[in-house]
Design a protein around this ligand. Sequence first.
Ligand code: FAD
Length: 478
Amino acid sequence: MTTTVFLFRNDLRLTDLPGLAAASRAGDVLPLYILDDAAAGDRALGGASRWWLHHSLQALGEEIAQAGGQLNLLRGDSAACLRELLASRDITAVHCSRAYSPWEVALEAQLREACNALGVTFKRYPGTLLHEPEHIENQSGAPFKVFTPFWRHCCRAEAPAQPVPLPSETTWAEPLAQGAPLRELELLPTNPNWAAHWSTLWTPGSEGARKTLERFLQDRVQHYASGRDHPAEEATSRLSPHLRFGDISPRQVWHTARATLQQQPALEEQINKFLAELGWREFSYHLLFHFPSIEHAPFKSQFENFPWLGNETLLRAWQQGQTGYPVVDAGMRELWHTGYMHNRIRMVTASFLTKHLLTHWRTGERWFWDTLVDADPASNTASWQWAAGSGADAAPYFRIFNPVTQGQKFDADGVYVRRWVPELAALPDRYLHRPWEAPAAVLEEAGLSLGSDYPQPIVDHREAREAALAAYQEIRKG
Ligand code: FAD
């Protein structure tokens, strides 16, 4: 009987894994995950993502155990771990799903080399995207740089392949003697354990992902198109961390949503809008794959000379949700307490950091990378560049979100702000998004002392806007 290693990466599930299904058809499967922080470099997972990874690996381990096998965990240099494993066991092949960020692409080449040197086949499979990035190109054979034609092209292309099940007759290889228990990966926070309450918010793993999708398609999708911009409404799917870690594949999400549409044609607008958001995920990966430098450098090169200020005190106020702009502070506190922030508020807080505080988008991207459970190398980078104005298909720089009107428009009754900034709870709606304009009597009635209970705005909106536009003019001239 031959043995194939299946190396899990961003695909912590057992179904819709073509590489795992092929390994299973070939003989025994040795399921393996290697935590390799050194290879990831500055893309090593942040704290919130490590919490998710721990629980997702735990769920995967339980699923494999139910199917009669054992998930093997290693920590260290992936190529060295693999070499040691191949030298110690009779392995025919190593399979994995493709990954697309620059360090993962480089690692894939190293793993292939390590395998080939020992006469072992290395094979990678699709599984993480709806369409492989090199299959989608414009009429001149070049990658897309604008979302709308990209997504139109994807929708006209062949439908994503149907998800593949794990063959029922899968057999598992003997576990590795050198495998580490999950706790030795040291993924969970300690001292303090800031994620102690997160298991009441999230259920990592494929069962959690399946239920999250089911709940979305049953109870939430009806209001998706109109509700998705309103952070208090909970109209979106919350699938992002599940997709990030591959608890569920985008093809599973796609086909399940399409099946719902077939049964309920009245949901066409809602489901198409939802699928288009999955399209933004695809587009982000398309960009990262074809333009890997966007991880660190602006997509629009004129932004290389942007005069960022980088004031540490202002940055700290933003990170701690103490800017004096309620909707910004609500978002930053939601992020800290839950590992998640609503998309509309991500746009507002990212615009505020890059434009009002003239802080480099990379600084904000790093903060999100550390604090989001769905921190994604493609979506986070592309979205931050989009918000800063330096990205592909970015918001024009001069479109600077006004945090007061954004709050008034998308959180008109203040439910979101009151939830995350409770010190403002007693303010009337009229002043909730601009407490500094409230008359003294209103503040007193609300029991609020500005400057001690809640900060005065750390920058004046109008002045900050002028400064941002002036900075932009500088790079336009240059
Ligand atoms: P839904 O509205 O239910 O969307 C379904 C799925 O589509 C999401 O789960 C996600 O996988 C994808 N998606 C939705 N919107 C986008 C988008 N704008 N770009 C790319 N994919 C999208 N998303 C991440 O997954 N990881 C990140 O690190 C990330 N960082 C972001 C940073 C900034 C500054 C901004 C503005 C957006 C970022 N997003 C990121 C995109 C988006 O905010 C989240 O995907 C979305 O809020 C997740 O909630 P949901 O699953 O309920 O989304």
